[in-house]
Design a protein around this ligand. Structure first.
Ligand SMILES: [Zn+2]
Ligand SMILES: [Zn+2]
Length: 359
């Protein structure tokens, strides 16, 4: 039994470069049907805003704060790190990402490498469109990767002025999935035996786009909260106690009991990935002994092209199905992708976290 909560964990306010403050963002999240959000301003851990926003009659959304940290003195900008679950300002450690990661670990927090393969949009002269990739790949012991960042993915959809202008008005037609480099890096780290949690986020700023005299707010917070989200499968329901629910959210995330859903091609609530063998059962994030074989079961909330991936290779796939099974006999991390057609193109729809099999 698990309790599925949908959230977005990469959001900006005017404390850094966003446009709306916490209460308005919480209302947008509540109206979009989210259960929780984590607001992550650049190099500032905003205090005094965490809590439940909404009303008894309607529903509540839980707002937490984290931080997106980078070294402000390093230009061009690189290495954005999302930090969650630490009640202390740590941006003074940004000049050494490994020291920052290690410090967060000692404080029992979580670190996610944000938009790792972010690209430049060369034809727009706007701060927002400059590439901010991760470059210091020698770091270790981080919690995971932001596999899919909506705003970063949107920039990928703007290779030239013509397509870019179309994409501003119909972003859903252009966004198809994370960059292939992200999948390759994730599979490389998993194959090397590292546990790497994947998350997906909006990176919402409420951005206005300026091209010449033209200004357009295509990325309102409520729109973005219906795009790429992270779904948590919690062992107990939210209690209504801020400290307990904060702990529950970050413990569930740290355990990898989560999947990434792109809600535009179809609601992703209800996706499940389970494994069962002679040594027990496993959910996403769990480790299980292979024994004589482990049966994996996948269920999607609608028909899709489902793939099971092991060490970067598809070991089983089927199209136009909402269930898939596979018997795994090799050790290593197994993860699932579901792709779905929307507006004439194949789109990434659901990305599981891995189940880890050991000898
Ligand atoms: Zn960033
Ligand atoms: Zn950001």
């Amino acid at each position: 039994m698990s309790y599925e909560y949908v959230g977005n964990m990469h959001i900006h306010t005017p404390y850094s470069d966003g446009t709306d403050y916490h209460a308005l963002i919480a209302e947008a999240a509540r109206q979009a049907g989210l259960d929780f959000i984590v607001v992550t301003d650049h190099n500032v851990l905003v205090k005094g805003v965490e809590g439940y926003y909404g009303s008894e009659e309607d529903r509540y959304v839980l707002l937490l704060t984290g931080e997106e940290i980078h070294d402000r003195t390093r230009l061009p900008q690189v290495n954005h790190l999302l930090v969650y679950g630490v009640d202390e300002e740590l941006c003074h450690l940004a000049d050494d990402p490994q020291v920052l990661i290690d410090t967060v670990n000692t404080k029992k927090g979580l670190t996610f490498i944000a938009h790792p393969y972010d690209q430049d949009v060369v034809w727009v002269s706007d701060d927002f469109t400059i590439a901010i990739p991760w470059v210091d790949w020698q770091v270790n012991n981080f919690t995971g990767l932001e596999i899919w960042n909506y705003m970063s993915s949107f920039k990928d959809a703007m290779p030239n002025v013509r397509e870019g202008m179309q994409a501003l008005f119909r972003p859903d037609e252009f966004v198809t999935g994370p960059p292939t480099e992200v999948f390759a890096k994730w599979d490389e780290l998993l194959t090397a035996g590292q546990k790497v949690i994947g998350i997906g986020n909006s990176d919402a700023h409420g951005t206005y786009f300026h091209v010449g005299p033209f200004s357009h707010r295509v990325f309102a917070y409520d729109f973005l909260f219906n795009c790429i989200n992270t779904h948590l499968l919690c062992k107990v329901p939210f209690s209504g106690n801020l400290d307990l629910d904060r702990q529950l959210i970050f413990a569930t995330l740290k355990a990898g009991r989560a999947f990434i859903g792109y809600e535009i091609p179809g609601d992703t609530r209800g996706f499940r990935f389970l494994a069962q063998g002679s040594y027990g059962t496993a959910e996403m994030g769990d480790t299980l002994r292979v024994g004589s074989g482990v049966t994996m079961q996948i269920r999607t909330p609608a028909r899709a092209h489902i793939k099971i991936i092991h060490e970067g290779k598809v070991v089983r796939e089927d199209v136009n199905t909402d269930a898939l099974t596979y018997t795994a006999t090799e050790r290593g991390a197994y993860r699932v992708e579901a792709w779905k057609e929307y507006a004439g193109k194949d789109r990434c729809w659901i990305l599981s976290n891995p189940i880890y099999l050991i000898r």
